[in-house]
Design a protein around this ligand. Structure first.
Ligand code: HEM
Length: 541
């Protein structure tokens, strides 16, 4: 912005003139020079602003922040007014919103867009983990996690796929059994789904499995929920640092720190337990994998370089937290939306069940092999992801240097967000986008098509790391539930709304549903994961 001052010759000239004015005590001259300098500064600032994407203005200091309301909804309105690429100053942060899918793809495949913004929240998280890290730490961790999670079954191929399927199956069967105890009475499906979905991710990462009423599970969930709420409370401080000094906000920040401490203490206990029983030739889960990597680095004398020299255990704890929060809430919300859409679209529900009955039959439950033969079931899941856009703004990317996009300048450090909910509901891309129609994902040959503007997992270099696991889990839970139960509304209960609530994801508002057993429900015996899955039950089991 003040590029003209960077030129040392100009700076020297300005200094000489000021020196002359002061030494001669020439007030009118001093005034003229000051005004000229200010005008030059203003002009330069205006020139810079004109290079930015267009967007709404707001008062100094706070910018457009007070008019924002629910971010992803306000951004829809602004995209209507300002187009596919707009910017808004929110406090001291410049936010750039992309709503054209080609632009989103173009930007997010570029290395420069893999940065994360420098905000107080990022300082709290210390740039650790996978979601909030960037630079070399992020790159190395992403590669490491990809490789190791594949070993634990996050793959569509080979034995790994079967390991993961067995792990998921054991949770699906438990869920089906637990639902059976409800005897077709209306329940809030949220807690039962939360338990089953948590057990999948906690099994992979920590060999941890919770049972109903487990106090630790309730505490863990409480802490995650509280963490979200507290971050919400200090959210404005992300944009206006002075906000953090308002009465009550300091306490909220302290609570954030205490919340994190307790979560980390929980993970620390598990890490210590793992360390005591570690077998370097046999990784039972992700904690073991990290411990083995740390031990290896020590033997090879490269401990200081591991994880870019950051505290190894702190990094591991943040990774555990990241994977739990990314892998639990997303799947649970998606499954809840599937139930909502089935309640609202009984014809789709019947067609899904008919397809499953015809392909799988009534004598066994669906499995991963069936996925390719159940296109309508699979596209019902895709259509749910499209219409619910549970992560409407994905994650915030931040260019690591000034970049040009579509003829506009995006300065280094800006907050760049894709407007996925716009892309998923754009009438120029989707026919009748507001109607729930799984067939839109099926081509004329009966094969599933995924248009490039379908992006529930984001796109590019920071795209979701868990998409394979997510797709496996959603298919197994949804198809087995539909095979075993009819989902029905309790008489007198209102139809669940499509209006979601904004939290870590956009989730349906609380609702109740009856799971009515379909004809010939199968006796579901618990599935014991095979030996090679190395799943261990620790803690309260
Ligand atoms: C329906 C389920 C899911 C949806 C819709 C979803 C969606 C997303 C989206 C939109 C992003 C951000 C992409 C971007 O900003 O460009 C993301 C990132 C991420 N997701 Fe998922 N996700 C799901 C499930 C999972 C699961 C099960 C895991 C666990 C392994 C996971 C792990 C992650 C991680 C670690 C990142 C951050 C990647 C990075 O920063 O490099 N997600 N996800």
């Amino acid at each position: 912005m003040f590029a003209f001052l960077h030129d040392s010759k100009i700076l020297w000239g300005v200094f000489q003139v000021l020196n002359y004015c002061v030494s001669r005590a020439s007030t009118p001259l001093l005034l003229t020079v000051t005004i000229a300098l200010l005008a030059a500064r203003l002009l330069s600032a205006l020139r810079e602003i004109r290079k930015l994407p267009p967007g709404p203005w707001g008062p100094p200091v706070v910018g457009y922040l007070p008019f924002l309301g629910i971010r992803h909804k306000k951004f829809l309105e602004l995209a209507h007014n300002y187009g596919a690429l707009f910017s808004a100053r929110l406090g001291n942060q410049l936010t750039v919103v992309l709503s054209d899918y080609k632009l989103i793809r173009e930007a997010f495949r570029r290395e420069e867009f893999t940065g994360r913004p420098n905000t107080p929240l990022m300082h709290t998280l210390d740039g650790l983990g996978i979601i909030n890290s960037d630079g070399r730490l992020w790159k190395n961790q992403r590669r490491f996690l990809h490789e190791k999670l594949r070993d634990f079954g996050m793959t569509y191929m080979g034995n790994g796929k079967r390991i993961m399927e067995t792990r998921i199956k054991s949770e699906v069967y438990d869920l089906i059994q637990n639902i059976r105890y409800t005897n077709g009475l209306a329940i809030d499906p949220n807690p039962v789904l939360a338990l089953s979905v948590s057990n999948v991710i906690c099994g992979i990462t920590m060999s941890l499995r919770f049972s109903h009423g487990d106090a630790r599970f309730e505490r863990l969930n409480y802490l995650i929920e509280e963490g979200m709420r507290l971050f919400g409370e200090v959210h404005y401080g992300e944009y206006v640092p002075l906000y953090n000094y308002l009465p009550g906000k300091a306490q909220a920040k302290e609570k954030v720190a205490r919340n994190r401490e307790e979560m980390f203490a929980f993970y620390q206990t598990l890490i210590d337990e793992h360390r005591q029983t570690l077998d370097v030739n046999n990784a039972r889960d992700l904690i073991d994998t990290y411990l083995i990597e740390m031990a290896k680095a020590e033997t090879e004398g490269r401990s200081q370089d591991l994880f870019e020299g950051r505290d190894h255990e702190l990094q591991l704890k943040q990774i555990l937290g990241d994977l739990f929060s990314a892998g639990m809430e997303t799947i649970k919300s998606s499954l809840l939306w599937m139930i909502v859409f089935m309640l609202r679209n009984p014809a789709v529900k019947r067609r899904v069940q008919e397809e499953i009955d015809a392909v799988v039959g009534r004598n066994r439950l669906p499995n991963m092999e069936d996925m390719a033969r159940l296109p309508y079931t699979e596209t019902t899941i895709l259509e749910t992801l499209r219409m619910s856009s549970i992560v409407p703004l994905a994650t915030t990317h931040s260019p690591t240097k000034d970049v040009e996009l579509n003829g506009f300048k995006i300065p280094a450090g800006a907050q760049v967000v894709p407007l996925i909910n716009w892309v998923h509901m754009d009438p120029n891309l989707w026919e009748e986008p507001k109607s729930f129609n799984p067939s839109r994902f099926i081509d004329e040959n009966g094969k599933i098509k995924r248009p490039e503007y379908f992006m529930p997992f984001g796109v590019g270099r920071r795209m979701c790391l868990g998409d394979i696991l997510a797709r496996m889990e959603m298919f197994m839970f949804f198809s087995c539930l539909m095979h075993q139960y009819d989902v029905e509304l309790n008489e007198g209960d209102p139809m669940p709304s499509l209006e979601g609530i904004v939290g870590a994801t956009i989730a349906p508002k609380a609702f109740r549903v009856r799971f009515v057993p379909r004809s010939s429900p199968l006796p579901v015996a618990p599935v014991t994961p095979p030996d090679h899955s190395q799943l261990r039950y620790v803690g309260s089991h």
